[in-house]
Design a protein around this ligand. Structure first.
Ligand SMILES: [Zn+2]
Length: 126
């Protein structure tokens, strides 16, 4: 076996059958892709669609949604009932996003996440 450096088709130089620099890049790319796919998979478990939201909003929303399953008191999450529909509860997720839930009597059912702009259309009471 010769240990002579050779040029690969990619332009890099090195030993062996494949370019290890490119193999490393490919491995990093695959890992990145795997992490991304895993992240996308997590959305299938959400009761509402969170795909279009920034990651920090997704994580906070999930936290609230999960907590609501054991904790009916929306006030613990700084939630408020909407003035024009008392069965709808709005819970702040971040400064810019609210989680809209429907009060089912003993359970708060998450319905959607609205951005601050959408939210101004349906301001809550107190
Ligand atoms: Zn290469």
């Amino acid at each position: 076996m010769s240990r002579r450096k050779k040029s690969f088709s990619c332009g890099h130089k090195g030993f062996g059958q494949i370019c290890h620099r490119c193999a490393q890049e490919q491995a990093e790319f695959n890992e990145h892709k795997r992490v991304k796919q895993e992240w996308e998979q997590t959305f299938t478990l959400d009761p509402i669609d969170l795909r279009t939201l920034p990651k920090n909003v997704v994580l906070k929303a999930r936290n609230i949604i999960q907590s609501l399953q054991n904790e009916y008191n929306y006030r613990n999450f700084h939630g408020k009932r909407l003035r024009h529909d008392r069965l709808i509860v709005s819970i702040p997720v971040t400064r810019n996003y609210r989680l809209i839930c429907r009060d089912l009597g003993s359970f708060l059912m998450p319905e959607q996440i609205v951005s601050h702009e959408d939210y101004n259309i349906c301001k809550p009471g107190s």
